[in-house]
Design a protein around this ligand. Structure first.
Ligand code: V0D
Length: 263
């Protein structure tokens, strides 16, 4: 992005920010996405480029996450979902997995007071059963301590897989049908949605993926059905407010063109 573009974008978005601050609920006119989902990719490559261990990339990724959480919350985004750890990530070297599993504790020790001050509600999407107890307990504490907050939902996709989520939903519904409490005719999209981790959330309007990969990688397969997709070559640890705002701005332009004809 060229300097003048950054300056221009900052101006147009500071106007947006001002409007948002006045009325956080009413973000319809600004065409802001209600729900933004992010695949925080490129931490390992960022580190390799600096001849650093991959763990240093993950750590730098956490700093980037802090930045974007602040920015999204200030803008008045209702839900921010971040892909922190997939069901496939267990195949990584044990040392790397062990390091990653310590990050929720670290993040929350540092950030929970600020998240609380900013009225952010922490949520987990994924299978908590497979997590080490120290990781699960850290996340569960954060979820419990922010349960009554009414501001932005910060949704961590942790031990999450899109197909796994769908299979779990099918299993629960099949059991209910077998038991006779649900009739097959009752199963429609709205009904099915209630069995997903994200049952209480609107679908993402915008998906951001960093680091040049143009894939979904098993992320929110059901929920992303109508999302705008935005890709960038920037590695996640380098992802900043300007990049985030460029993605939001691209969404706003596309959304305006669709007007009222979107589902
Ligand atoms: C590493 C970049 C925060 C992506 C961000 C266990 C990869 C930093 C959390 C976190 C990770 C999760 C739950 C929670 C609070 C914080 C986190 C993981 C990886 C995987 F309640 N960053 N972060 N979790 N990285």
């Amino acid at each position: 992005m060229k300097l003048f573009e950054v300056v221009l974008l900052s101006f147009s978005l500071s106007g947006l920010l001002f409007r948002q601050r006045k009325n956080k609920q009413d973000n319809k006119d600004a065409h802001l996405p209600r729900h933004v989902a992010i695949i925080m990719d490129g931490n390992g490559r960022w580190a390799a480029r600096r001849r650093l261990p991959r763990t240093a990339g993950h750590y730098a990724g956490m700093t980037a996450l802090r930045r974007i959480v602040r920015c999204a919350s200030e803008l008045g985004i209702a839900v921010l979902t971040v892909y922190a750890f997939s069901t496939e990530n267990w195949t990584r070297p044990k040392e790397e997995v062990d390091f990653l599993m310590k990050l929720p504790q670290e993040f929350l020790e540092v950030d929970l007071p600020e998240l609380k001050r900013n009225n952010v509600r922490v949520k987990l999407s994924g299978n908590p059963g497979g997590l080490p107890s120290h990781t699960r307990e850290a996340v569960e504490t954060a979820v419990a301590e922010t349960a009554n907050n009414t501001g932005m939902v910060l949704n961590f996709a942790l031990n999450y897989g899109g197909r796994d989520e769908i299979v779990r939903a099918v299993r629960k519904i099949a059991a209910a049908v077998a038991e006779g409490t649900v009739k097959p005719e009752e199963i429609d999209e709205e009904f099915f949605n209630k069995f997903l981790y994200t049952a209480d959330l609107p679908d993402p309007d915008l998906l951001i993926r960093c680091s040049g990969e143009i894939r979904l990688s098993n992320f929110l397969l059901w929920q992303l059905a109508y999302a705008e997709l935005w890709f960038t070559d920037v590695y996640w640890p380098d992802f900043n407010k300007q990049h985030f705002m460029a993605a939001i701005e691209a969404y706003r332009k596309r959304d305006r063109r669709f007007g009222g004809v979107r589902p």
